[in-house]
Design a protein around this ligand. Structure first.
Ligand code: BGC
Length: 400
């Protein structure tokens, strides 16, 4: 009998990180500046983060030893282009060494070109919404081509553009003295930023393909997993489109689409509803809802017109690692069900490899690997051994 738990040939099995959240000392970025401005979102600055700019070899050694076969990490534009048009050969060589280092350890690198942070100069000229931002992004990608031109099969152009556009709206609101909360009531997306990001993605795909035609390009969207109460389906549609689906639609025809899912969003007649009183919450305040992943995959497949999917992030902020295993078992179960239904899923990356800087604080721990905040010593948790082992056996805990 065929083993219906066996992962298909070539299925990516990895963990994800992002430069600003693990490298430390990203002083030339807009986030570093934001962390040092008085604002209610930042509880503590990123500082040295996990010191992964120096300790990336250790991170990759661990992931490979644990059994993972893939590693998604991002390159930092602020380091590569510290001033407009001025490129750092040293930073490019650094990320190239990471690509080669991953390969040497048997890890296939997935390289994210933009994960939330911008060079300070780019933010100061108006960020994505300013004229010519797509052109500047393409210029950066051209200079950075030596990093990904060989040994890289997957490039993610922009991580969660749908969150980037909400962050742009939040910046404007904060600047005008309004209160902003990401968990309770995030602002509506900034339309000019949305348009610019869709343009920048298309431009990035074109640029990367022209320089490295073999690379499979895509982008990763935060799936809100909107679930309307009966009668609120139309409200959910109009809530979801500008916050998510416009970006999934832009992935039609791409080589792949990244699906990132953590929890769900309940929608009532007035829009977003609070997390139900009796629900278990994670350290993010989000509802514990592992089945989110399956819903996100089904929705992404239908809106993108069948673009192949890769789960580029999925995980849980918890201090209880047994809950992480439980959550991920549920998530993988829902992933297996969608594959059984015939949805084309090509990989799974867990968020995150390390306990890291969660955009304003260190308290929500998403990592498979703990990091001592004083010594930076890494300690894999039981979940890391459990999840990594699937990379070795290539057998899911559940059937599909
Ligand atoms: C982002 C990560 C973030 C994670 C958990 C995603 O929104 O891509 O940078 O740490 O979710 O909040």
């Amino acid at each position: 009998m065929p083993d219906t738990r066996r992962l298909p040939e070539g299925f990516l099995w990895g963990a994800s990180t992002a430069a600003h959240q693990i490298e430390g000392g990203n002083t030339n970025s807009d986030w570093w500046e934001f962390e040092h401005s008085q604002n209610p979102i930042v509880k503590e600055p990123s500082g040295d983060a996990c010191d992964s700019y120096h300790r990336w070899r250790e991170d990759m050694d661990l992931l490979a030893e644990l059994g993972f076969t893939d590693y998604r990490f991002s390159i930092e534009w602020a380091r590569i282009e510290p001033s407009p048009g001025e490129f750092s050969r040293s930073a490019i060589a650094h990320y190239r060494r990471m690509v080669e280092g991953a390969r040497e350890r048997g890890l296939r690198p997935m390289v994210t070109l933009h994960h939330f942070t911008n060079p300070l100069w780019f933010a100061q000229r108006g960020g994505w919404a300013a004229a010519g931002s797509d052109e500047l992004f393409a210029r950066f990608l051209t200079a950075a081509a030596p990093i990904y031109a060989t040994d890289v099969a997957h490039v993610c152009t922009i991580n969660e553009p749908n969150i980037v556009t909400v962050m742009a709206a939040a910046q404007t609101a904060l600047a005008s003295g309004q209160a902003v909360s990401f968990t309770e009531n995030p602002p509506a997306p900034d339309e000019a930023t949305t348009d610019a990001l869709v343009r920048a993605h298309a431009r990035a795909v074109e640029t990367v393909k022209s320089l490295a035609p073999h690379v499979h390009t895509g982008w990763s969207i935060a799936n809100l997993v909107c679930q309307p109460l009966p009668g609120s389906e139309d409200v959910a549609d109009s809530f979801r489109h500008p916050r998510q689906d416009v970006f999934i639609e832009a992935a039609r025809g791409d080589d792949w689409l990244g699906v990132q899912a953590y929890t769900r969003t309940l929608i009532g007649p007035q829009g977003r509803l609070p997390v139900p009183q009796d629900a278990e919450r994670t350290l993010m305040g989000w509802e514990y809802y592992p089945q989110a992943l399956g819903h996100a995959l089904r929705h992404s497949a239908s809106v993108s017109g069948g673009t192949p999917l890769i789960v580029t992030e999925n995980g849980i902020a918890t201090a209880d690692d047994a809950r992480r295993i439980d959550y991920t078992t549920g998530a993988l179960d829902s992933l297996a069900t969608t594959m059984r239904e015939g949805i084309d899923v090509r990989g799974y990356f867990h968020w995150s490899a390390l306990d890291n800087y969660e955009w304003g604080r260190y308290a929500p721990t998403f990592g498979l690997i703990a990091v001592d905040r004083e010594t930076f010593a890494r300690a894999p948790k039981p979940s890391a051994a459990w999840l990594g082992a699937i990379g070795r056996t290539r057998v899911l805990p559940t059937e599909y």
